[in-house]
Structure formats: structure tokens, C-alpha cells
Design a protein around this ligand. Structure first.
Ligand SMILES: *Cc1c(COP(=O)(O)O)cnc(C)c1O
Length: 363
């Protein structure tokens, strides 16, 4: 049997007519940038998250870049972020001229809040929390630190649409929540798209201005801004998908329940879920010693797997200038040597899930 890592076509096919009708309507409306679809998507997504405002943007990376920019974080400032995140989180900080300060993750792959305080100094301006792989981080201690040291709190929710800590959605704990709607994310568009959510009107207004060349009124520019507008077609398609996000999460969690209950090979470490945190399973990540052998074995049996992520940001070429070496962040490095994600997508067949479980248990 052949099992792909992901198959985005299936998600489209389930609601094909609705997506096609939406595209047709937008094409025929004659309005393609910053029209009603964006406006309605922003209202609907803000309501879904439980935030006052949402501003649609061109990508998740743009959401991060513009979030730090809107808060005035720049050269000379430091931002705390976990050492095992996807590199976009770090780029959102460093593109603004600020310095990322890494903190090791805990056993849930999220930031270890007990290791944050020792990294705070007079240059520290913010903490960027990444709800990695789809699991909400434990926000209590982090929020307390932000209050104690007067730091901004930004959440990278690119993988955690709908995940909750203590009953509250990720994206609502900090000053700004940043979302990506990259096609493979749980709420995925059919191209690039992103957004920020916030309950602070001033921040929302500033982000709206920044996304459109820094202008509030056409041809009157307040800031040097960006072109980072969410387009009408992506917004319209996201409105359709948002209606089914709950369904997507339920279907994924059913597959995950089987993985968690039925994979019982002692060579494979399963993901753990922290108390009071929910997981929306953007990715299902295992840990295996001798990962290459394991991945080769899966491949030989027709199962695709992917590493998220093989190189932690501090060791990537892009961040050589920060001067870190192998051994600087042992926990993140250890994860990057051992983690491997297995197929988990909408439209996966029961036989495929059973087959993956069987092959892994026979390893
Ligand atoms: C996908 C992702 C991003 C970037 O989103 P894009 O839409 O691809 O720019 C940022 N952070 C994390 C954690 C991500 O997974």
C-alpha cells in the first residue's frame, strides 16, 4: 500500500461545489482586493477565535513580521522564542532587526516556561510563544512573566487554529496572535494567506495601515509599509473552509486516537498532551532513535514521512551570524535528530491508518 504524507486534493473534493461556486462568484463580482470577502472573513475569524479584531494578510510570515513592526520592536531589542520552532517564527523577529533569544522546549515541544526568566534582561521586549505541531502551550506562567516584566506577548498560531489552553483559544492570550493559512495548515487556503488577531483596536488599525503601503487613505502614506493584503479569492475560500474547521479537527483527532491507542512499538515515542491544553494535530510527530533507518523502513513499505524540523534555527545557515554552535541548545538539537511526522490528513482511509499502525508496530 502507498500512503502519501498529505493529500490536499481530498479536502477540496469533499466540498468541491461550494469552493467552485465561491470562486465563480468572486470572479464575477469584479472586486479582487480588500473587498467584502476579506471583511467578512476577518469578522468571522475574529468571532471564531474570540478576539475583537482580525486583519487578513498575505502569509503567516508577514503576520509575524508586521506584528513585531506594529509593536515597535526593532534593532537593539530582544525577543524570547523557543529553540525548536519553525524558522519563520525567528525570521519574524530578526527581519525587524531585533535579536531572537532562544529558550529550550519542554516534553510537549512547546516553550519550557521555567527557563524563560533567566533570559530576561533590560533589552527584552517580548515573548513569542509558538503552539507547535498544534498543541496549545501552557500560558499561565508565561502570562505572569509578561505581566511581571512588562513584556509584549505574541503567539505564533500558524499550527494551532482552534487549540485551547484552559478553555481559551490560542491567539487570545497575548497582544497579537499570528496565523498562517498555508494550504497544509488545519485552516488552509488554496495559496498563501495569513492574518493577525488582536483585541487592541490601535494595533488592529496599525496593522491594517501597514499591510497596504502604510496608507490609511489612498496615496497618503503614514509609514513605510508593505503590500501584504489577503486577496478576495483566498478570503472567500477560507470562509468556506472555516465552516468545516470543526469537522477537520474531529476527523484528525479520530485518526490520532487510533495512533495513540494502537501504536505500541517501544522503539517509538508518541506525542504527549499537557494538562489543560488541547491539541489540534497539525502534525503527528513521533520520536525514534536511528531515525534514518526508521524512515527508510517506512519508505520501503510505501509510507511517506517528513521531519519537522531537521535543523533547529540556531544551527541554520541563515542564523550563523548569531554565533551558536552544535551543543548550544541540546534539547532542540536532540529533537531535530529524532522527530519524524507520519501521515495525517483529511480523507485518509481506515485501511491506510491500520496499515501505518501495523507497519510501525512491526518495525
Ligand atoms: C507555517 C508557519 C509559519 C509561516 O507561515 P507562512 O504562511 O508559510 O508564511 C510560521 N510559523 C509557524 C510555526 C508555521 O508553522
Amino acid at each position: 500500500m502507498l500512503v502519501k504524507f498529505n493529500d490536499l486534493l481530498k479536502q477540496f473534493q469533499i466540498h468541491k461545489e461550494e469552493y467552485e461556486q465561491k470562486i465563480k462568484d468572486i470572479m464575477e463580482s469584479g472586486y479582487y482586493i480588500l473587498g467584502n470577502e476579506v471583511k467578512y472573513f476577518e469578522e468571522e475569524f475574529a468571532r471564531y477565535i474570540g478576539s475583537k479584531y482580525c486583519v487578513g494578510l498575505a502569509s503567516g510570515l508577514d503576520a509575524l513580521i508586521i506584528a513585531f513592526r506594529a509593536l515597535g520592536i526593532s534593532e537593539g531589542d530582544e525577543v524570547i522564542v523557543q529553540s525548536n520552532t519553525y524558522i519563520a517564527s525567528v525570521m519574524g523577529i530578526s527581519i525587524n532587526g531585533a535579536t531572537p533569544v532562544f529558550v529550550e522546549p519542554n516534553e510537549y515541544y512547546n516553550i519550557d516556561s521555567s527557563k524563560i526568566e533567566e533570559k530576561i534582561n533590560s533589552k527584552t521586549k517580548a515573548i513569542l510563544v509558538v503552539h507547535l505541531y498544534g498543541q496549545a502551550s501552557n500560558m499561565k506562567a508565561i502570562q505572569e512573566l509578561c505581566d511581571k516584566y512588562n513584556l509584549y506577548l505574541i503567539e505564533d498560531c500558524a499550527q494551532s487554529h482552534g487549540a485551547k489552553y484552559d478553555g481559551k483559544m490560542t491567539g487570545t492570550f497575548g497582544d497579537i496572535g499570528c496565523f498562517s493559512f498555508y494550504p497544509s495548515k488545519n485552516l488552509g487556503a488554496f495559496g498563501d494567506a495569513g492574518a493577525i488577531v488582536t483585541s487592541n483596536e490601535k494595533i488592529a488599525d496599525k496593522v491594517k495601515i501597514l499591510r497596504n503601503y502604510g496608507s490609511e487613505k489612498r496615496y497618503y502614506n503614514k509609514f513605510v509599509g508593505y503590500n501584504s493584503r489577503l486577496d478576495e479569492i483566498q478570503a472567500g475560500l477560507l470562509r468556506v473552509k472555516l465552516k468545516y474547521l470543526n469537522e477537520i479537527e474531529i476527523e484528525k483527532s479520530k485518526i490520532v486516537d487510533r495512533y495513540l491507542n494502537e501504536i505500541n512499538n517501544p522503539k517509538v515515542i508518541l506525542p504527549k498532551i499537557e494538562n489543560n491544553c488541547t491539541h489540534v494535530w497539525h502534525l503527528f510527530v513521533l520520536q525514534v532513535e536511528e531515525r534514518d533507518t526508521f524512515m527508510e523502513y517506512l519508505k520501503k513499505n510505501g509510507i511517506e514521512s517528513i521531519i519537522h524540523y531537521p535543523i533547529p534555527p540556531h544551527l541554520s545557515e541563515a542564523y550563523a551570524y548569531l554565533g551558536y554552535k552544535k551543543g548550544s541548545f541540546n534539547i532542540a538539537e536532540n529533537y531535530s535528530d529524532k522527530v519524524v511526522s507520519i501521515p495525517l490528513f483529511i480523507g485518509m482511509k481506515d485501511e491506510e491508518v491500520s496499515y501505518i499502525i501495523k507497519i510501525i508496530n512491526e518495525y
